[in-house]
Write a protein that binds this ligand. Structure first.
Ligand code: DQA
Length: 148
């Protein structure tokens, strides 16, 4: 199985940015945790981060053309604004899990809205960086079935 793990804006600053919300694990540490988990579970992972919305759209499309079995995405603030990401996920019909490190439901009102959620098979929120590993497990248990 092959999973794309995508991170949106400011997630490259994990460990530095607002540790009270996002913890002290750095982005590099997160990548190491994901790689280790992927190895243990025998799954191939493609890891990408960008501060630009269009890059995330391109990588969602790439996941389709590269025949990925699923996508784990933390869209950062684009969660709360991006119809383009919603459309991209709907376009490719790949099972996608939305991840948030912080518990977005318990923060500001505007963080309770997710444009992507409707196109995702699950949302993992408030579990810290463990949420990425949980999201991978959810997709692995699902067996990468197409999502319509
Ligand atoms: C986040 C939550 C978003 O509201 C925020 O804009 C982020 C990170 C999270 O992981 O908790 O950048 O997606």
């Amino acid at each position: 199985m092959k999973l794309y793990i995508l991170n949106g804006p400011n997630l490259n600053l994990l460990g530095i940015r607002e540790p009270e919300h996002y913890g002290r694990t750095t982005y590099e540490d997160l990548l190491a945790l994901i790689r280790e988990h992927a190895k243990k579970r025998g799954v191939e992972v493609v890891l990408r981060q960008s501060n630009h919305e269009g890059d995330l759209v391109d990588w969602i499309q790439e996941a389709y053309f590269e025949k990925a079995d699923g996508i784990v995405i933390n869209p950062g603030a684009y969660t709360h604004t991006s119809i383009a990401l919603l459309d991209a996920i709907k376009s490719v019909s790949l099972p996608t899990v939305e991840v948030h490190i912080s518990r977005v439901e318990e923060r500001e009102e505007f963080r309770r809205i997710s444009y992507l959620r409707a196109a995702c098979v699950a949302t993992v929120s408030g579990r810290g960086v463990q949420g990425y590993l949980d999201a991978m497990d959810l997709l692995l248990e699902r067996g990468g079935k197409e999502c319509k």
